[in-house]
Design a protein around this ligand. Structure first.
Ligand SMILES: [Zn+2]
Length: 295
């Protein structure tokens, strides 16, 4: 008998069913954390009963609404062996064929978000999907002049971004902050981690959910110390300012949030705690889980 979490979790936002799909988890290095002392980071991990070095969870999301089937990011595909790339099996487990996905909303073009867009041959895994992404993201990763000026350490990221987006090049829709890309689904530009890093706000009836992408990578550290960033933030100062602003908004507005690197199944609320914040995972309810068979 398997004791594993199936990596699928349903949450309703008005008439929209939002499903978190766990793609996997990988071990990070405490050296990825910038802006605070390394011993402060490991202390916070130990205080929250987490492993050191920390692990980063990767998830993506499915929206089912009014005849639409929408994926938000696609996970890391085969970019880290079998550690990532489980999102497609999660989709299969809930009976969603890749061809049924009509839209993919991309939060940003990092390897652990776009490699899952590919099939085994490097083609489009989601053959019928339009790809929606912030205009600053394609203007950065797909621009040879930008790439030529980027440091050697960043060149792989350009390769992965271009590879992930290439099969969709004829059906990419670029958008700006505030664009309503589908009924009730709005782009929220959260720049800094990458230039076009974007969360997606889903509103239906009286409910709202902000899927904030990579605002937080290490929940054991960054809620308590939101000034802590990641070495792969493209603009660390801007990422820090964006995180401060978004956490303040989430706490003040009592927003329900979810994120690609929060602890699965990722849904919850942010509250102020001391000089930082704390994350309160959403309490599971059988009503939401029972809406769709999970296999
Ligand atoms: Zn990421």
């Amino acid at each position: 008998m398997s004791h594993a979490n199936p990596g699928v979790h349903h949450h309703t936002v008005g008439d929209v069913v939002v499903t978190a799909l766990n793609d996997g988890q990988f071990t990070a290095d405490i050296a990825y954390v910038v802006g605070i002392a390394a011993e402060d980071g490991t202390g916070l991990l130990r205080d929250s009963f987490r492993v050191v070095p920390p692990r980063i969870t990767v998830s993506c999301f499915l929206l089912r609404m009014a005849g639409r089937t929408v994926l938000i990011d696609a996970g890391g595909g085969g970019c880290m062996g079998t550690l990532l790339g489980h999102a497609k099996a999660r989709l299969a487990a809930i009976g969603v064929a890749p061809a049924a996905v009509d839209t993919v909303l991309v939060t940003h073009a990092h390897v652990d978000h776009v490699t899952g867009l590919l099939d085994d041959d490097g083609g489009a895994a989601f053959a019928n999907a339009e790809l929606v992404i912030h205009q600053a993201e394609t203007a950065f990763w797909l621009n040879p002049e930008v790439q030529a000026k980027a440091p050697a350490a960043a060149q792989d990221s350009f390769t992965y971004a271009q590879r992930g987006l290439a099969p969709y090049r004829d059906r990419i829709r670029t958008v700006a902050d505030g664009a309503e890309v589908l009924p009730g689904v709005t782009a929220v530009h959260l720049p800094g981690h990458t230039p076009g890093h974007t969360g997606w706000r889903i509103a239906s009836g009286a409910d709202t959910l902000l899927i904030w992408a990579d605002l937080v990578h290490l929940p054991g550290i960054q809620f308590a110390r939101p000034e802590a960033g990641m070495a792969f933030d493209s603009d660390p100062e801007q990422a820090r300012a964006t995180r401060a602003r978004a956490l303040d908004m989430a706490a003040a507005d009592r927003l329900t949030v979810a994120g690609m690197h929060l602890d699965f199944p990722t849904f919850g609320h942010v509250r102020r705690a001391g000089s930082g914040y704390a994350f309160e995972p959403l309490v599971w309810t059988p009503t939401a889980e029972g809406l769709f068979p999970t296999g």
